[in-house]
Design a binder for this molecule. Structure first.
Ligand SMILES: [Zn+2]
Ligand SMILES: [Zn+2]
Length: 141
């Protein structure tokens, strides 16, 4: 998939890539909180449409066939690439992304509002979801 990037958040991990915490083959375009519009769909890709607004985060997409994927543990896919680390990210006018790494973006949210949710927001939400604390989520969209 090729996305025409509309917004990309800035994550501390982007600084880590620049500072060498992740092994990167330079040159590399950072940015793993990207929102954009699909302008090219690869062969054999289903479920996405041209012009659809989507997001891509740090986990660039699972392979669907490794042992972890077959168990439904997509986050730990052995063949997962990290956006902005293994392939170019969203600090560009366009970027390539695996279809399995995309999330659909609702029309009710701006691209600028959604971009930081794709890593920082997900990290915070996951911590709350997996904590023993009890809370109630109220969505007002
Ligand atoms: Zn996999
Ligand atoms: Zn991040």
């Amino acid at each position: 998939m090729r996305l025409r990037v509309q917004a990309c958040g800035v994550c501390h991990s982007d600084a880590s890539t620049v500072e060498g915490a992740f092994p990167i083959a330079w040159p590399r375009v950072p940015g793993h909180e990207a929102v954009g519009v699909i302008d090219t769909i690869g062969d054999h890709v289903e479920g996405w449409t041209l012009g659809q607004r989507v997001g891509v985060g740090f986990l660039g997409g699972s392979c669907g066939h490794c042992e972890e994927c077959r168990r439904g543990d997509l986050v730990n896919c052995r063949n997962q690439e990290f956006t902005g680390v293994h392939h170019d990210g969203g600090y560009a006018q366009s970027m390539l992304a695996r279809a399995s790494g995309l999330v659909s973006v609702p029309d009710s949210l701006s691209s600028e509002a959604v971009a930081p949710l794709l890593c920082a927001g997900l990290t915070t939400f996951s911590a709350l979801r997996n904590s023993p604390a009890r809370f109630r989520i109220v969505l007002t969209m």
